[in-house]
Write a protein that binds this ligand. Structure first.
Ligand SMILES: [Zn+2]
Length: 454
């Protein structure tokens, strides 16, 4: 029997909670699942939307210098030939002849200087060969060379290819950015670490175009902007690490790249790359398409291909980081006052899938139920609300704690004004983290909650 490390136990608890409460399910699960693919359940989709919406808000809506786009997933092969993906977007793959498993060369285990299969420990391995990570398909009825298309391996290329159109319609002056959130696909040899390395994933990217002389400065600027973003969604600076990607590991065209990493239970891993890609991509597409992708500066009368700095974040990775960061266990009294372990997702209220739970103290009292439903209607235009009338009130609190709902409102007999007329139309407002309760007027609830959610 092997004993598991506390970190892998923690990861198992998180995976199990994700399934139990409807954050993340394995894709095609009833048919045995498809490796490296995941579906988001009712709470997972809310969390993911909160993340994407907030990113879009601060990146596009709150800035004058960034505009958005949404490109197609199926991509013309010429785009990916020009970008270098058809030729070079591959990982070295090794097969184990004993158990027939495939691995990326860097995933082999080394024991006493001998490379071994991480699956069976076998030593009979093939030489590494290049495996292209792009998914290939055919567009239209013909399935020959001429109809090949690819599922995009990154969202960035659709931005580069539309650069000229967007420049013309937006009439932006350098420096300016184009932002996009969308799906990308990589046929990973060995997907792992839950949703961290998936075959289908979503990216949030900005291509920020500038003059060559601004590139290095903007690289620093965007690194800082992005670190601030993570703090605002509840990932503390102390859990983030900035790795300066060394010269020999950077893409050959990049003049500087930072990886923003997070301490996952399975190790320190990349959430986002911030790369100064120079004028490589636009120049490649200009050359391959024969169309000018130059920018004309009216003041200096110069014509040139802009450089670009790219902050590229993984949506699914960040969702996973939010869940890992939020997961905690503490001790709280049960119905009879006995201490028990409480699972709490301490999401930043901004990210929490449900903002407020609403509970009538008893479900068989029509006045309490009617009042609670009134509160649901009052809050619903402002936030996601969950109504729950079943079970003891303590159990209902626990269920909301476990999915990270920051606030709970309970309608009791005081709300009905039975004991004290002065308390009529007041409720208890419970805070998830402190478990403290306060008495507030129903009419003040929307303002109080909106204030605490911001
Ligand atoms: Zn093996």
């Amino acid at each position: 029997m092997t004993s598991k490390s506390p970190d892998s136990q923690l990861m198992e608890k998180i995976v199990s909670l994700c399934k139990r409460r409807g954050f993340i399910f394995q894709s095609s699960e009833i048919y045995g699942g498809l490796n490296g693919l995941w579906d988001y359940g009712p709470l997972g989709v809310e969390l993911k939307r909160n993340l994407k919406n907030y990113w879009w808000q601060v990146t596009v809506h709150e800035r004058d210098d960034v505009i958005g786009m949404d490109g197609s997933i199926l991509t013309h092969p010429a785009v990916l030939k020009a970008s270098g993906h058809v030729e070079g977007f591959s990982d070295p793959m090794i097969d184990c002849r004993t158990c027939k498993a495939h691995f990326r060369a860097d995933q082999l285990v080394e024991k006493k200087g001998i490379k071994q299969c991480p699956n069976c420990g076998g030593k009979d391995l093939t030489a590494p060969r290049q495996f292209n990570l792009m998914f290939e398909t055919h567009v239209g009825a013909a399935t020959d060379e001429s109809s090949i298309a690819y599922l995009r391996p990154e969202t960035a290329q659709s931005i580069f290819v539309q650069f000229k159109n967007i420049l013309e319609v937006s009439r932006k002056k350098l420096p300016f950015g184009i932002a996009q959130i969308g799906k990308a696909f990589r046929n990973e040899i060995n997907p792992r670490n839950f949703t961290f390395r998936s075959r289908e994933f979503e990216q949030m990217e900005i291509e920020y175009f500038c003059r060559a002389e601004q590139g290095m400065e903007l690289l620093e600027y965007w690194k800082e902007e992005r670190l601030t973003f993570y703090e605002k969604i509840g990932i503390p600076r102390t859990k983030l690490h900035v790795l300066t990607v060394p010269d020999n590991e950077r893409a050959f065209y990049s003049k500087g790249t930072y990886d923003i990493e997070y301490d996952f239970p399975f190790g320190r891993q990349e959430l986002e790359g911030v790369a100064y890609r120079t004028d490589y991509d636009l120049s490649q597409h200009q050359k391959a398409s024969g169309k000018s992708l130059e920018y004309f500066d009216e003041e200096t009368k110069q014509r040139f291909v802009p450089h670009v700095v790219e902050p590229s974040a993984g949506v699914d990775r960040t969702v996973l980081a939010l869940i890992c960061e939020a997961y905690s266990e503490d001790q709280a009294p049960d119905e009879k006052g006995k201490m028990e372990t409480r699972i709490v997702l301490r999401f930043h209220p901004r990210m929490a899938p449900i903002k407020c739970g609403v509970f009538p103290l008893l479900k068989n009292n029509s006045q309490l139920v009617a009042k609670a439903k009134e509160i649901v209607s009052l809050l619903r235009p402002h936030m996601t609300v969950f109504y729950d009338e079943s079970g003891a009130i303590g159990r209902r609190y626990r269920r909301q704690d476990e999915v990270g709902t920051p606030f709970g409102v309970t309608v009791d007999f005081e709300t009905l004004g039975e004991k004290d007329a002065a308390r009529r139309d007041t409720v208890t407002l419970r805070d998830r983290d402190s478990m403290k309760q306060e008495r507030v007027a129903i009419q003040d609830l929307p303002a109080i909650l909106r204030d605490r959610l911001a």
